[in-house]
Design a protein around this ligand. Structure first.
Ligand code: PRP
Length: 208
């Protein structure tokens, strides 16, 4: 593994904790102090791997351009960004779903219902495939506010426990996709650094 140094793009935030846990369980090295540093690039003590800490939505970008050989990304992020990367493994962590939700018993109004989402491309594609014309409004978080304040008719958002919907008086209408976290690779790295990447896949497979 030493000859083939690998760089991995890891999403900062909620997924990172679970990713570190599965990495450690698999006996793979994790950079020291990763949980309490503001540094964005960290190296494992054996020097074999470099970790780039990125915003979740940016992970596939670093991987597509080859700045990172590997990446950890939610299926939601892969669907939204549409980046050209290989999806190697379902890590089965951060499992949730991407759904259409809204106020209960309220039908979308007008000829162009409004949809709020952090995933505008996924939302647009979904309704287009359903043959429905909608206006998608991009929001960057707390999307559940949308229908409550009257900005939109529906939202397309992540539902995990369902608590956020429930506490805000919203209901889930349709599931668009089941989501979980994936290990992804740059297409060239996957060929050039196959041995090192395969070793990581094998180790992870044992603990998934
Ligand atoms: C996510 C998602 C929902 C919530 C779902 O938001 O967008 O709002 O979690 O989880 P639940 O079903 O368990 O309640 P996040 O906390 O990432 O914040 P954000 O709204 O700012 O994106």
């Amino acid at each position: 593994m030493k000859e083939q140094r690998l760089t991995i793009a890891v999403p900062k935030g909620r997924i990172m904790g679970e990713a570190i846990e599965i990495w450690r369980k698999a006996g793979l090295p994790v950079p020291k102090d990763i949980e309490d540093t503001r540094k964005l690039i960290l190296t494992t003590e054996d020097g074999a791997m470099e970790w780039i800490l990125a915003k979740p939505m940016d992970v596939p970008t670093y991987v597509e351009y080859g700045v990172a050989d590997l990446g950890i990304a939610g299926k939601d992020v892969l669907m939204e960004t549409g980046r050209e990367v290989y999806e190697l493994l379902d890590l089965k962590i951060s499992q949730c779903r991407l759904s259409v939700a809204g106020l209960p018993r309220v039908e979308p109004k007008g000829i162009m219902p409004r949809i709020a989402s952090k995933y505008p491309r996924v939302a647009e594609r979904y309704f287009r495939e359903q043959g429905k014309q909608v206006e998608v409004i991009e929001l960057h978080g707390s999307v559940e506010l949308g229908p409550i304040v009257g900005l939109v008719d529906r939202i397309v958002d992540i539902v995990s426990t369902g608590q956020t919907l429930k506490e805000n008086g919203l209901v889930e209408y349709e599931t668009i996709a089941d989501i979980s976290t994936r290990l992804i690779a740059n297409q060239v790295s996957y060929r050039m650094k196959q041995a090192a990447i395969k070793e990581i896949i094998e180790r992870l497979k044992e603990v998934i």
